[in-house]
Ligand binder design. Sequence first.
Ligand code: HEC
Ligand code: HEC
Length: 271
Amino acid sequence: MTNTRRSRSRQRLGYSRGVQSLATPSTQTWIGSLLLLALLAGCGKPDPADHYVRPEQVMDFAKLFGQNCSGCHGMDGQLGPAPPLNDPLFQMIISDSQISDLIHKGREGYAMPAFAIAEGGPLSDAQIQVIVDGVRKQWKSDLPAETPEPPVYQVSQDDPAGVRDGNVDAGKKLFTTVCMKCHGADGREADGQSSGDGGILSHAFGELVSDQLIRRIIITGRPDLDMPDYVELGKQSDLKRPLTEQEIIDLAAYVRSAQHAPKPVPQRVAL
Ligand code: HEC
Ligand code: HEC
Protein backbone atom coordinates (compact mmCIF):
# COMPACT_ATOMS: atom_id res chain seq x y z
CA MET A 1 0.00 0.00 0.00
CA THR A 2 2.59 2.55 1.13
CA ASN A 3 4.98 1.37 -1.57
CA THR A 4 2.46 1.90 -4.30
CA ARG A 5 1.59 5.32 -3.00
CA ARG A 6 5.27 6.30 -2.80
CA SER A 7 6.05 5.19 -6.30
CA ARG A 8 2.96 6.90 -7.61
CA SER A 9 4.06 10.19 -6.01
CA ARG A 10 7.55 9.69 -7.45
CA GLN A 11 6.06 9.36 -10.85
CA ARG A 12 3.97 12.44 -10.38
CA LEU A 13 7.02 14.37 -9.12
CA GLY A 14 9.08 13.24 -12.05
CA TYR A 15 6.55 14.36 -14.59
CA SER A 16 5.66 17.69 -13.00
CA ARG A 17 8.96 19.03 -11.71
CA GLY A 18 11.62 17.35 -13.78
CA VAL A 19 14.63 15.28 -12.85
CA GLN A 20 16.35 18.09 -10.89
CA SER A 21 13.77 18.09 -8.14
CA LEU A 22 14.03 14.28 -7.90
CA ALA A 23 17.65 14.46 -6.82
CA THR A 24 16.96 14.29 -3.09
CA PRO A 25 19.46 12.17 -1.12
CA SER A 26 17.15 9.17 -1.05
CA THR A 27 16.44 9.22 -4.79
CA GLN A 28 20.17 9.63 -5.46
CA THR A 29 20.84 6.26 -3.80
CA TRP A 30 17.89 4.86 -5.70
CA ILE A 31 19.26 6.05 -9.05
CA GLY A 32 22.71 4.89 -7.96
CA SER A 33 21.54 1.35 -7.30
CA LEU A 34 19.70 1.29 -10.60
CA LEU A 35 22.92 2.22 -12.41
CA LEU A 36 24.82 -0.42 -10.49
CA LEU A 37 22.21 -3.01 -11.36
CA ALA A 38 22.35 -1.98 -14.99
CA LEU A 39 26.14 -2.38 -15.02
CA LEU A 40 25.97 -5.74 -13.27
CA ALA A 41 23.40 -6.90 -15.79
CA GLY A 42 25.84 -6.02 -18.55
CA CYS A 43 23.74 -3.25 -20.06
CA GLY A 44 26.91 -1.28 -20.68
CA LYS A 45 28.00 -3.78 -23.33
CA PRO A 46 25.26 -4.25 -25.91
CA ASP A 47 24.97 -7.85 -27.04
CA PRO A 48 25.23 -8.01 -30.85
CA ALA A 49 22.58 -10.74 -30.78
CA ASP A 50 20.05 -8.23 -29.45
CA HIS A 51 20.46 -5.92 -32.41
CA TYR A 52 17.55 -5.78 -34.81
CA VAL A 53 18.47 -7.58 -38.01
CA ARG A 54 16.51 -6.68 -41.09
CA PRO A 55 14.67 -9.74 -42.46
CA GLU A 56 16.66 -9.72 -45.69
CA GLN A 57 19.92 -9.77 -43.69
CA VAL A 58 19.15 -12.93 -41.73
CA MET A 59 21.70 -15.51 -42.89
CA ASP A 60 21.40 -18.03 -40.10
CA PHE A 61 19.95 -21.41 -41.12
CA ALA A 62 18.16 -22.10 -37.83
CA LYS A 63 16.47 -18.68 -37.94
CA LEU A 64 15.56 -18.89 -41.62
CA PHE A 65 14.18 -22.41 -41.25
CA GLY A 66 12.35 -21.51 -38.03
CA GLN A 67 10.72 -18.44 -39.57
CA ASN A 68 9.89 -19.84 -42.99
CA CYS A 69 9.63 -23.62 -42.94
CA SER A 70 9.12 -25.15 -39.50
CA GLY A 71 5.45 -24.15 -39.23
CA CYS A 72 4.68 -26.70 -41.93
CA HIS A 73 7.65 -29.08 -41.96
CA GLY A 74 8.09 -29.25 -38.18
CA MET A 75 10.70 -27.79 -35.84
CA ASP A 76 13.31 -30.44 -36.59
CA GLY A 77 12.13 -31.04 -40.14
CA GLN A 78 9.65 -33.67 -39.00
CA LEU A 79 6.20 -34.23 -37.52
CA GLY A 80 4.70 -31.17 -39.19
CA PRO A 81 1.60 -31.24 -41.40
CA ALA A 82 3.91 -31.17 -44.47
CA PRO A 83 6.22 -34.09 -45.39
CA PRO A 84 9.33 -34.54 -43.26
CA LEU A 85 12.64 -33.18 -44.59
CA ASN A 86 14.93 -34.77 -42.00
CA ASP A 87 14.77 -38.22 -43.56
CA PRO A 88 18.09 -39.59 -44.93
CA LEU A 89 16.41 -41.59 -47.71
CA PHE A 90 14.48 -38.51 -48.88
CA GLN A 91 17.70 -36.48 -48.69
CA MET A 92 19.41 -39.13 -50.80
CA ILE A 93 16.87 -39.15 -53.64
CA ILE A 94 16.33 -35.38 -53.97
CA SER A 95 19.08 -33.18 -55.45
CA ASP A 96 20.33 -29.76 -54.31
CA SER A 97 18.86 -28.14 -57.39
CA GLN A 98 15.48 -29.78 -56.84
CA ILE A 99 15.37 -28.49 -53.25
CA SER A 100 16.50 -25.04 -54.37
CA ASP A 101 13.94 -24.97 -57.16
CA LEU A 102 11.14 -25.96 -54.79
CA ILE A 103 12.02 -23.20 -52.33
CA HIS A 104 12.27 -20.64 -55.15
CA LYS A 105 9.03 -21.51 -56.92
CA GLY A 106 7.02 -23.57 -54.42
CA ARG A 107 4.81 -26.36 -55.71
CA GLU A 108 2.09 -24.76 -57.71
CA GLY A 109 -1.41 -25.82 -56.79
CA TYR A 110 -0.33 -27.20 -53.40
CA ALA A 111 0.45 -25.78 -49.96
CA MET A 112 4.20 -25.39 -50.59
CA PRO A 113 4.64 -21.60 -51.18
CA ALA A 114 7.19 -19.84 -53.42
CA PHE A 115 9.87 -18.06 -51.38
CA ALA A 116 12.03 -16.26 -53.97
CA ILE A 117 11.62 -12.49 -54.17
CA ALA A 118 11.33 -12.93 -57.94
CA GLU A 119 8.26 -15.10 -57.32
CA GLY A 120 6.71 -12.66 -54.86
CA GLY A 121 8.21 -14.38 -51.81
CA PRO A 122 10.30 -12.96 -48.95
CA LEU A 123 13.74 -14.57 -49.47
CA SER A 124 16.81 -13.56 -51.49
CA ASP A 125 18.70 -16.12 -53.59
CA ALA A 126 21.51 -16.02 -51.01
CA GLN A 127 19.10 -16.81 -48.17
CA ILE A 128 17.59 -19.69 -50.13
CA GLN A 129 21.11 -21.05 -50.64
CA VAL A 130 21.68 -20.88 -46.86
CA ILE A 131 18.52 -22.96 -46.38
CA VAL A 132 19.51 -25.52 -49.03
CA ASP A 133 22.99 -25.89 -47.47
CA GLY A 134 21.51 -26.07 -43.96
CA VAL A 135 18.91 -28.70 -44.86
CA ARG A 136 21.73 -30.80 -46.38
CA LYS A 137 24.20 -30.30 -43.56
CA GLN A 138 21.59 -31.00 -40.94
CA TRP A 139 19.77 -33.98 -42.44
CA LYS A 140 21.76 -35.57 -45.26
CA SER A 141 23.78 -38.51 -44.07
CA ASP A 142 25.49 -41.37 -45.84
CA LEU A 143 23.40 -44.50 -46.03
CA PRO A 144 25.22 -47.80 -45.38
CA ALA A 145 27.59 -48.66 -48.25
CA GLU A 146 25.69 -51.79 -49.30
CA THR A 147 22.42 -49.85 -49.73
CA PRO A 148 21.11 -50.52 -53.25
CA GLU A 149 20.55 -47.54 -55.57
CA PRO A 150 17.13 -46.20 -54.52
CA PRO A 151 14.38 -45.17 -56.98
CA VAL A 152 14.66 -41.67 -58.46
CA TYR A 153 12.73 -38.77 -56.91
CA GLN A 154 10.94 -37.97 -60.17
CA VAL A 155 10.15 -40.29 -63.04
CA SER A 156 9.92 -37.25 -65.31
CA GLN A 157 9.28 -33.57 -64.82
CA ASP A 158 5.82 -33.46 -66.35
CA ASP A 159 4.68 -36.77 -64.86
CA PRO A 160 6.73 -36.98 -61.65
CA ALA A 161 5.18 -40.21 -60.36
CA GLY A 162 4.76 -41.81 -63.81
CA VAL A 163 1.03 -42.24 -63.16
CA ARG A 164 0.10 -41.75 -66.83
CA ASP A 165 1.78 -44.98 -67.82
CA GLY A 166 1.18 -46.79 -64.53
CA ASN A 167 -1.01 -49.88 -64.40
CA VAL A 168 -3.95 -49.09 -62.10
CA ASP A 169 -5.12 -52.72 -61.81
CA ALA A 170 -1.68 -53.97 -60.90
CA GLY A 171 -1.46 -51.07 -58.41
CA LYS A 172 -4.76 -52.05 -56.84
CA LYS A 173 -3.55 -55.62 -56.28
CA LEU A 174 -0.33 -54.32 -54.77
CA PHE A 175 -2.29 -52.00 -52.50
CA THR A 176 -4.12 -55.06 -51.13
CA THR A 177 -0.87 -56.96 -50.63
CA VAL A 178 1.27 -54.13 -49.26
CA CYS A 179 -0.79 -51.23 -47.94
CA MET A 180 -4.14 -52.62 -46.83
CA LYS A 181 -3.01 -54.05 -43.50
CA CYS A 182 -2.42 -50.50 -42.27
CA HIS A 183 -4.64 -48.34 -44.45
CA GLY A 184 -7.65 -50.63 -44.87
CA ALA A 185 -9.19 -51.60 -48.20
CA ASP A 186 -10.64 -48.13 -48.66
CA GLY A 187 -7.57 -46.32 -47.34
CA ARG A 188 -9.45 -45.21 -44.25
CA GLU A 189 -7.38 -46.78 -41.52
CA ALA A 190 -3.92 -45.87 -40.09
CA ASP A 191 -5.88 -43.15 -38.38
CA GLY A 192 -4.82 -40.30 -40.47
CA GLN A 193 -2.79 -37.81 -38.53
CA SER A 194 -1.64 -36.35 -41.83
CA SER A 195 -4.21 -37.70 -44.25
CA GLY A 196 -7.25 -36.53 -42.34
CA ASP A 197 -10.46 -38.38 -41.55
CA GLY A 198 -11.14 -39.46 -45.11
CA GLY A 199 -7.93 -41.49 -45.33
CA ILE A 200 -5.29 -41.63 -48.04
CA LEU A 201 -7.63 -42.77 -50.84
CA SER A 202 -10.18 -40.04 -50.21
CA HIS A 203 -10.95 -37.29 -52.68
CA ALA A 204 -10.31 -34.69 -49.96
CA PHE A 205 -6.79 -35.96 -49.28
CA GLY A 206 -6.10 -36.31 -53.00
CA GLU A 207 -6.87 -32.63 -53.51
CA LEU A 208 -4.25 -31.65 -50.93
CA VAL A 209 -1.29 -33.60 -52.24
CA SER A 210 0.60 -33.83 -55.51
CA ASP A 211 1.52 -36.91 -57.56
CA GLN A 212 5.08 -36.23 -56.49
CA LEU A 213 4.15 -36.44 -52.83
CA ILE A 214 2.42 -39.81 -53.30
CA ARG A 215 5.50 -41.19 -55.04
CA ARG A 216 7.82 -39.82 -52.42
CA ILE A 217 5.77 -41.30 -49.54
CA ILE A 218 5.73 -44.75 -51.18
CA ILE A 219 9.54 -44.55 -51.50
CA THR A 220 10.43 -43.04 -48.12
CA GLY A 221 7.39 -43.89 -45.99
CA ARG A 222 6.80 -41.50 -43.09
CA PRO A 223 9.51 -42.50 -40.64
CA ASP A 224 8.23 -39.84 -38.25
CA LEU A 225 4.79 -41.51 -38.19
CA ASP A 226 6.00 -45.13 -38.40
CA MET A 227 5.15 -45.78 -42.03
CA PRO A 228 7.98 -47.99 -43.46
CA ASP A 229 9.96 -47.17 -46.65
CA TYR A 230 9.77 -49.04 -50.00
CA VAL A 231 12.31 -51.63 -48.85
CA GLU A 232 10.51 -52.51 -45.64
CA LEU A 233 7.02 -52.12 -47.16
CA GLY A 234 7.87 -54.86 -49.65
CA LYS A 235 9.78 -57.06 -47.22
CA GLN A 236 7.05 -56.94 -44.59
CA SER A 237 4.42 -57.96 -47.15
CA ASP A 238 3.92 -61.27 -48.95
CA LEU A 239 6.35 -60.02 -51.62
CA LYS A 240 9.22 -60.52 -49.11
CA ARG A 241 11.48 -58.15 -51.07
CA PRO A 242 11.77 -54.38 -51.69
CA LEU A 243 9.21 -52.78 -54.03
CA THR A 244 10.47 -52.38 -57.59
CA GLU A 245 10.39 -49.15 -59.61
CA GLN A 246 7.44 -50.43 -61.67
CA GLU A 247 5.51 -51.39 -58.53
CA ILE A 248 6.04 -47.92 -57.07
CA ILE A 249 4.69 -46.40 -60.30
CA ASP A 250 1.67 -48.76 -60.37
CA LEU A 251 0.89 -48.07 -56.71
CA ALA A 252 0.97 -44.30 -57.29
CA ALA A 253 -1.26 -44.72 -60.36
CA TYR A 254 -3.80 -46.67 -58.31
CA VAL A 255 -3.76 -44.28 -55.33
CA ARG A 256 -4.31 -41.34 -57.68
CA SER A 257 -7.10 -43.03 -59.60
CA ALA A 258 -8.88 -44.03 -56.38
CA GLN A 259 -8.57 -40.46 -55.04
CA HIS A 260 -9.89 -39.02 -58.27
CA ALA A 261 -12.75 -41.50 -58.59
CA PRO A 262 -16.15 -39.78 -58.62
CA LYS A 263 -17.36 -39.04 -55.10
CA PRO A 264 -19.98 -41.54 -53.88
CA VAL A 265 -23.48 -40.07 -53.57
CA PRO A 266 -24.23 -39.61 -49.86
CA GLN A 267 -26.89 -42.07 -48.68
CA ARG A 268 -28.36 -39.76 -46.08
CA VAL A 269 -27.65 -36.28 -44.87
CA ALA A 270 -26.56 -36.02 -41.26
CA LEU A 271 -28.14 -33.13 -39.41
C1 HEC B 1 2.96 -50.52 -41.40
C2 HEC B 1 1.82 -49.66 -41.66
C3 HEC B 1 1.76 -48.96 -43.00
C4 HEC B 1 1.84 -49.54 -44.26
C5 HEC B 1 2.09 -50.99 -44.61
C6 HEC B 1 1.63 -48.45 -45.19
N1 HEC B 1 1.43 -47.28 -44.53
FE1 HEC B 1 1.05 -45.46 -45.37
N2 HEC B 1 1.00 -44.62 -43.55
C7 HEC B 1 1.11 -45.28 -42.34
C8 HEC B 1 0.97 -44.33 -41.26
C9 HEC B 1 1.03 -44.66 -39.79
C10 HEC B 1 0.78 -43.06 -41.86
C11 HEC B 1 0.59 -41.73 -41.15
C12 HEC B 1 -0.84 -41.56 -40.73
C13 HEC B 1 -1.74 -41.29 -41.90
O1 HEC B 1 -1.50 -40.31 -42.62
O2 HEC B 1 -2.67 -42.06 -42.13
C14 HEC B 1 0.77 -43.29 -43.30
C15 HEC B 1 0.58 -42.29 -44.23
C16 HEC B 1 0.49 -42.47 -45.58
C17 HEC B 1 0.24 -41.43 -46.55
C18 HEC B 1 0.04 -39.95 -46.21
C19 HEC B 1 1.39 -39.31 -46.02
C20 HEC B 1 1.38 -37.85 -45.68
O3 HEC B 1 2.48 -37.28 -45.63
O4 HEC B 1 0.33 -37.25 -45.47
C21 HEC B 1 0.21 -42.01 -47.79
C22 HEC B 1 0.00 -41.32 -49.11
C23 HEC B 1 0.45 -43.42 -47.59
N3 HEC B 1 0.60 -43.67 -46.23
C24 HEC B 1 0.49 -44.36 -48.60
C25 HEC B 1 0.77 -45.70 -48.40
C26 HEC B 1 0.82 -46.67 -49.48
C27 HEC B 1 0.53 -46.35 -50.93
C28 HEC B 1 1.17 -47.84 -48.91
C29 HEC B 1 1.44 -49.15 -49.61
C30 HEC B 1 2.47 -49.09 -50.64
C31 HEC B 1 1.30 -47.63 -47.47
N4 HEC B 1 1.05 -46.33 -47.21
C32 HEC B 1 1.62 -48.62 -46.55
C33 HEC B 1 1.34 -46.61 -42.18
C34 HEC B 1 1.50 -47.55 -43.20
C1 HEC C 1 2.48 -23.39 -45.76
C2 HEC C 1 3.17 -24.64 -45.54
C3 HEC C 1 4.59 -24.78 -46.03
C4 HEC C 1 5.66 -23.97 -45.81
C5 HEC C 1 5.71 -22.65 -45.03
C6 HEC C 1 6.81 -24.64 -46.43
N1 HEC C 1 6.41 -25.81 -47.02
FE1 HEC C 1 7.60 -27.08 -48.05
N2 HEC C 1 5.98 -28.19 -48.54
C7 HEC C 1 4.70 -28.00 -48.05
C8 HEC C 1 3.82 -29.04 -48.57
C9 HEC C 1 2.35 -29.20 -48.25
C10 HEC C 1 4.63 -29.85 -49.41
C11 HEC C 1 4.16 -31.06 -50.23
C12 HEC C 1 3.31 -30.57 -51.36
C13 HEC C 1 2.92 -31.71 -52.28
O1 HEC C 1 3.72 -32.07 -53.15
O2 HEC C 1 1.81 -32.22 -52.15
C14 HEC C 1 5.97 -29.29 -49.36
C15 HEC C 1 7.06 -29.83 -50.03
C16 HEC C 1 8.37 -29.47 -49.81
C17 HEC C 1 9.51 -30.17 -50.33
C18 HEC C 1 9.46 -31.41 -51.22
C19 HEC C 1 9.07 -32.59 -50.40
C20 HEC C 1 8.70 -33.80 -51.19
O3 HEC C 1 8.37 -34.80 -50.56
O4 HEC C 1 8.71 -33.79 -52.42
C21 HEC C 1 10.63 -29.52 -49.87
C22 HEC C 1 12.08 -29.88 -50.13
C23 HEC C 1 10.17 -28.40 -49.07
N3 HEC C 1 8.80 -28.40 -49.06
C24 HEC C 1 10.98 -27.51 -48.42
C25 HEC C 1 10.54 -26.39 -47.73
C26 HEC C 1 11.39 -25.39 -47.16
C27 HEC C 1 12.90 -25.46 -47.15
C28 HEC C 1 10.60 -24.42 -46.62
C29 HEC C 1 11.00 -23.10 -46.01
C30 HEC C 1 11.78 -22.22 -46.85
C31 HEC C 1 9.22 -24.84 -46.84
N4 HEC C 1 9.23 -26.03 -47.51
C32 HEC C 1 8.10 -24.15 -46.40
C33 HEC C 1 4.29 -26.99 -47.22
C34 HEC C 1 5.07 -25.93 -46.81
